[in-house]
Design a protein around this ligand. Sequence first.
Ligand SMILES: [Zn+2]
Length: 258
Amino acid sequence: MYLMNPWMIAAPPALAAAAAGLAGYGAAHPRSQLFGSTLCRTNSPRKLALTFDDGPNPAITPKLLELLDRYKVRATFFVIGKHARECPELLKETAVRGHVIGNHTDAHPNLFWLKPDRITVELRCCNFSIIAATGAPPKWFRPPFGFRNPWVVPAARELNQRVVMWTLLPGDWRATSSEWLIPRMEPIAVHAKRNVAAGSASGAAATGDILCLHDGSHRQLNADRLPTLAALEYWLPRWRDLGLEFVTIDEAVSAPAT
Ligand SMILES: [Zn+2]
């Protein structure tokens, strides 16, 4: 335990509790920078970055690729290494269509409990599978469950990867219907309307959303993510009509939209 939480050694109970609270915040809050610098937003209120975790998934990803093509959306897929080895052709197809592939570890462990050498193995094994399928090393990493410890960001940096979090996590892996999920994705439209109303005048938000959805499951291949697809069918035309531009994480950090 103390290997992972050295600041808690021999601390008085109150201090230890405060440190545990702080560590919990640093480990789990998507925009915490306590354990190293992470990318949490796009660089323009007009840019919306769609991200999909836990694939590739033969039951859902092909349908999702068709849907994204229909609306000319380029997105970012944070894939699990063990799934990538099951369906390398699907991963290659995702990259060929212009989407960005990111690392989401090999077996989806909670990295908070892992020592640096195990974290590095998780990242390297996933990298290897992505390179085998697509020919290119990923530039982005998303930790499973969003959990970090002091070694996650440095381990990713060593592999020339930046850690990507999100502004909105609607919990689509729990969705049993699109009726449940659609309202949980409403904040994207609320932000877009507010920014349009504010115009480009000073005071308008200078950043945009990164939405975290799931086309797969870390538990198994072929997970049902149909509510996610249906919710996107609902929102994609509406987001487009609000003037949002769909960007990959590469584009989320490039020159701002004008
Ligand atoms: Zn995940």
